[in-house]
Design a protein around this ligand. Structure first.
Ligand code: NAP
Length: 489
């Protein structure tokens, strides 16, 4: 039996974005869709990040779709295995598995102007055609090792935080962790528990605020399961608490000052040594880099078997890491918690739109989109978690939900008008000019480097406002913002 190759919608990626879109399509009655996934399993970031201590720093009730049945979460902030298990259950419960093609890496997607469809080619040469293309490849899935020289010469074991090697027992080993971002802050306390010695290489300190995690009691769990109102109230409470954090994403605000004070109090409560405190205290505005939400990170750093090195890494050698002061730090294992390549969005994927223009060409000055969803010249291509839709203050799930509904509207208009939607270039330009102007006094624009922006300082990843602002901007698709491209169907 030959496999179906023509669909209304092709979704690229089976993480929470792609799966949520699949659910929304199913709920709307659209069953002609395929989800193409390059890996051998679903789950996106929750498949890739299985490092010890991996968890979500957004409360579970807020880190799940509001339009779905909430899982029975065991604690306020769930760990990765629980999130991944709930994603697997969702896929089965919603009958999504029959739509998903695993081990299918998409190499290219071309808009066929004559036929008015997307032709999507997998690395194995197979092709599917779809009226609409939904990209759901995430922003944080291509590990970077930051070109630290000599990596391949190391005689011990090494790996990236998002490619954890569970076969190596760290008990008693001399372990290095390069980086102190959100991933490192979660894995360092766990590794410190088992390693003989753990050395953390910090280039830039981060602000750390309390997490206040705890297991839910049996009675609470029962109530959340039996009383939808209580669960909704919990989710709403977390949502509005996070919306309140928005002030910290603007420089010089009262909220930013309150957050800075909370971070300082946390540091002083958890790190007794004044000299170490100063090494751990940032000199850029709060929110400029991702705020770390952790109760166990600082206590791990003050353990006897943990040391912090702030000298610049010159390179990796056979026996370990050489720093700028000439010291060779010897290790059995090096963990690269060095983050992800976040600025190109489409990776090596070759996407071409109208007139054969490639997405890389359209984005030669940096990635940009209209509302983070549509890109001029690429009809009926909709992006989830696209340019300028990341947040520093709230759950990405809430942004994805806005995008799902916006895409559904786009698909409906496309069907009604028998045409593909291509956002007007002037609309996209005006939107991005306003966006960049609004971002210019954001914390992200402050004096730090981060994965949110290019070396030249253009903020390509983060949204300019609150989730409420984004909801308002995406609530109703403005057909006038789009050229309607005949599809000839
Ligand atoms: P990251 O925030 O990009 O952190 C990379 C770390 O590696 C930084 O500390 C960076 O230092 C350091 N580094 C890079 N090159 C280095 C070098 N040559 N020498 C020394 N240090 C170097 O990556 P991440 O921690 O994987 O987090 C990425 C994002 O994933 C987070 O911001 C967050 O959005 C998401 N995340 C979320 C959760 C969650 O709980 N929801 C958990 C983990 C991650 P500099 O700061 O100096 O660049």
């Amino acid at each position: 039996m030959s496999r179906q190759q023509e669909f209304s919608v092709a979704i690229l990626g089976a993480g929470l974005g792609g799966l949520g879109m699949g659910m929304k399509l199913t709920q709307s009655g659209e069953h002609s869709f395929v989800i193409l996934e390059k890996a051998s399993d679903v789950g996106g970031t929750w498949r890739d990040n299985s490092y010890p201590g991996a968890s979500c720093d957004v409360q579970s009730h807020l880190y799940w779709f509001s339009f779905d049945e909430q899982p029975d979460w065991s604690r306020v902030f769930a760990f990765q295995p629980e999130i991944k298990a709930n994603i697997d259950r969702l896929v089965d419960r919603m009958g999504l598995r029959r739509h998903i093609r695993l081990n299918t890496e998409v190499a290219a997607a071309h808009w066929d102007e004559a036929a008015g469809v997307w032709r999507i080619t997998a690395a194995d040469g197979s092709e599917v055609r779809a009226k609409s293309l939904v990209t759901a490849w995430g922003q944080l899935n291509r590990p970077t090792y930051r070109d630290i020289p000599g990596r391949d010469t190391f005689r011990g074991e090494s790996w990236h935080s998002a490619r954890w090697n569970h076969a190596v027992d760290l008990a008693g080993k001399r372990v290095a962790c390069i980086g102190n971002g959100a991933s490192a802050a979660q894995l360092i306390p766990e590794v410190a528990e088992v390693a003989g010695e753990l050395t953390v290489f910090q280039r830039t300190p981060n602000y750390v605020v309390p997490r206040e995690d705890r297991p839910y009691e049996q009675l609470e769990r029962k109530e959340f399961l039996e009383q939808p109102d209580k669960l909704r109230a919990s989710r709403d409470g977390f949502y509005w608490e996070h919306e309140g954090w928005m002030g910290a994403m603007k420089q010089g605000t009262e909220v930013a000052a309150e957050f800075t004070a909370a971070a300082r109090a946390h540091l002083e409560a958890q790190v007794p040594d004044p000299a170490l405190r100063e090494v751990l205290w940032p000199d850029y505005p709060i929110g400029c880099k991702r705020i770390i939400i952790a109760d166990t990170f600082y206590p791990a750093l003050v353990r006897d078997n943990v040391s912090l090195v702030t000298d610049k890494i010159e390179g990796v050698e056979e026996a370990g890491i050489r720093t700028s002061d000439g010291t060779l730090h010897e290790f059995d294992v090096i963990v690269y918690a060095t983050g992800f390549e976040t600025l190109s969005f489409n990776s090596a994927l070759d996407i071409t739109g109208r007139g054969g223009v490639s997405l890389n060409e359209a984005w030669r000055d940096g990635p940009q989109a209209y509302l983070g969803v549509t890109v001029s010249g690429f009809p009926n291509m909709f992006m989830l978690y696209g340019p300028n839709t990341n947040l520093g203050h709230n759950s990405i799930i809430t942004m994805l939900e806005c995008q799902f509904d916006y895409v559904l509207q786009g698909l409906e208009v496309s069907q009604e008008k028998d045409a593909a939607l291509d956002v007007r270039a002037d609309v996209q330009r005006r939107f991005n000019d306003e966006l960049q102007a609004e971002l210019s006094d954001s914390s992200f624009a402050g004096s730090c480097n981060s994965w949110y922006k290019t070396a030249a300082g253009r903020i390509t990843n983060n949204w300019m406002g609150s989730v409420e602002d984004y909801k308002a901007a995406t609530r109703r698709l403005d057909v006038d913002a789009y050229d309607l491209v005949p599809t000839g169907s």
